[in-house]
Write a protein that binds this ligand. Structure first.
Ligand code: FCB
Length: 464
């Protein structure tokens, strides 16, 4: 079967250097399946999926895309897209079951084979060490609010590094610590599903500490130069109006979403305004002597995940500036534009805005877009194609937004589409499809959507 790519939106005005890194991204729990094989123990997501009502339709990652058993074919699929790189994550409970003690050779062997398979096919592996699958035993011992988890993470990172550093150049520590801390411990819509404000703040600090400890140890152990980094999810946080309340809400949202991560990472301090906000609520980051030096250990690349930008209002729908608990209102207002299947607004111009702002406020830090993409309600045609021109348009407009930010001086060195293929979309289960490749979960058949073919052609075009 031949599917022709969407013909539109290959701009001749946009340019990227030949060194620009083009890729696709996935994560372990979202695609691997094989949750009880070769010594893997449960992660917090295995547990969370069993909690009634936690995940759409009671879905779980037991099988997912069965990537654990189909890895060589999936590498061929990646190769067919003509990308330079593949970003994947390593499952901690595969490599170190239970999160303590020795490495599990059978678990490490999977990633060893994956890396070899990628390199044999000319694809550069990009490792994410933690994309949310914390070993359940570590959550039972307190999870990220427990300081010890940071040290456990650094031990685990070294197991992966020792095994793969001879062939892998780029190791990023955490994917989106905001989601781990905020969605996992404050709002409770992600694993482990706790709603504990103090512990969410503790989780932020210990995630950052784990990152710093891991970078320090990997750097000390390397015999050739590697690229170390961290991936943050960020958007834009503009005030919905120029009112004092809305500007205040935007400040808080930006502080909690972006600055409490990047200020300590880059400048070795938490932002004063947020420290004061937290103090007003009787909370503080559990900083011990030397922590901020560890957290601000220099690193080489900032991974940026972008999906949409939003505005903020300090007034709720009832006109109040404080909620029932007496906390200031920070209400997200979604820009009035077309939406994806996640109901997320499509805001490519905010992407440029974010990248230029990061370049301005945190200069000297090369960036790579480690995730960008969209879910749409794809339908397979009777001819067997998925004509997802909406996704193609999303990708084209966001790639153009990256080019625009580069033209304004932002140092962006690569772009990874999220995601290689449809997969387990966390609390949304299998209902939301972010892949540029369609997955039939009954048969595990992979079918490149038109957007995948467009992406392949776009990469070839921009590289030429
Ligand atoms: C990001 C996650 C990724 C995927 C996309 C849609 O927050 O890192 O795993 O779920 O959103």
């Amino acid at each position: 079967m031949t599917i022709s790519p969407a013909p539109h939106r290959l701009s001749t005005k946009i340019q990227f250097p030949s060194s620009f890194q083009w890729g696709v991204a996935t994560s372990s729990y979202q695609i691997e399946g094989a949750v009880a094989e070769d010594g893997r123990t449960p992660s917090i997501w295995d547990t969370f999926c069993r909690k009634p009502g936690a995940v759409h339709d009671g879905d779980n990652g037991d099988v997912a895309c069965d990537h654990y058993h189909r890895m060589p074919q999936d590498v061929q699929l990646i190769k067919s897209l003509g990308v330079d790189s593949y970003r994947f994550s390593v499952a901690w409970p595969r490599v170190q079951p239970g999160g303590r003690g020795p490495a599990n050779p059978a678990g490490l062997a999977f990633y060893d084979r994956l890396v070899d398979e990628l390199l044999t096919n000319g694809i550069d592996p990009w490792v994410t060490l933690y994309h949310w699958d914390l070993p359940q035993e570590l959550e039972d011992a307190g999870g990220w609010p427990n300081r010890d988890t940071a040290y456990r993470f650094a031990d685990y990172a070294m197991m992966v590094f020792d095994k793969l550093a001879d062939r892998v150049d780029t190791f990023t520590t955490l994917n989106e610590p905001w989601c781990s801390a905020w969605l996992g411990y404050e709002v409770g819509v992600h694993a482990p599903g706790r709603r504990e404000h103090d512990n969410a703040i503790r989780a932020v600090h210990h995630l950052l500490l784990g990152h710093g400890l891991a970078v320090q140890r990997m750097r000390a152990a390397e015999t050739t130069a590697h690229r170390f980094g961290i991936t943050l999810n960020m958007g834009t946080s503009d005030p919905a109006t120029d009112s004092q309340a809305d500007r205040e809400a935007a400040r808080r949202a930006d502080g909690m979403g972006t600055r409490i991560y990047l200020d300590p990472l880059r400048y070795g301090r938490y932002p004063d305004d947020i420290v004061a906000d937290l103090a007003a609520r009787g909370t503080a980051f559990p900083v011990q002597d030397g922590d901020l030096e560890i957290i601000s250990t220099p690193f080489d690349v900032l991974g940026v995940n972008f999906y949409f930008g939003q505005d903020f209002s300090g007034v709720d729908e009832q006109g109040r500036t404080e909620d029932d608990n007496g906390h200031p209102v920070v209400r997200s207002i979604l820009p009035d534009t077309a939406r994806t299947a996640m109901d997320w607004p499509i805001t490519p111009e905010r992407f440029t805005q974010l990248l230029v702002r990061l370049h301005r406020d945190y200069p000297g830090l090369p960036m790579v877009v480690t995730e960008n993409g969209a879910a749409f309600d794809d339908a397979m045609s009777t001819g067997g194609s998925v004509d997802d021109d909406d996704r193609t348009a999303y990708l084209a407009d966001h790639i153009a937004a990256v080019a625009a930010a580069r033209a304004e001086g932002a140092d962006i060195r690569g772009y990874f589409a999220w995601s290689l293929m449809d997969n387990f979309e966390w609390a949304y289960g299998y209902a939301k499809r972010f892949g540029i490749v369609h997955v039939d979960y009954e048969t595990q058949t992979r079918t490149p959507k038109r957007s995948a073919l467009w992406y392949r052609d776009a990469i070839a075009h921009y590289k030429a």
